[in-house]
Design a protein around this ligand. Structure first.
Ligand SMILES: [Zn+2]
Length: 104
């Protein structure tokens, strides 16, 4: 028996395949359904052991140079439980500076 997993994002549809994660923990490949069957577009989404996600779509690559927000592919895969949600942000560490000893 064969089965397939589809993700529908707005007017776009993607066939989703799990890939060998390689260096990451989780890796998905999204094959975009194109009207022209000869045109192939696919994106690879990886999640590293620390929960950080990356996609090779133009939107993610562009945003990484700016705010570093996830693309729609990462957001959708997370919504459907195919990627772990990011760990809640911890409050920034308070750096304590030890008090100086008075000079005798
Ligand atoms: Zn993407």
């Amino acid at each position: 028996m064969t089965s397939s997993l589809w993700l529908h994002l707005g007017s776009n549809s993607y066939r989703v395949e799990r890939q060998d994660p390689g260096a990451g923990l989780v890796c998905w490949r999204l094959f975009k359904l194109m009207e022209d069957e000869d045109e192939k577009v696919d994106y690879i989404v990886r999640q590293a052991w620390d929960g950080a996600c990356a996609c090779d779509c133009p939107a993610f690559v562009f945003r990484q140079t700016g705010a570093g927000r996830p693309c729609k592919h990462i957001t959708a895969l997370r919504e459907h439980g195919l990627l772990d949600n990011p760990a809640p942000e911890l409050p920034p560490a308070v750096e304590t500076i030890p008090a100086l000893e008075p000079i005798p």
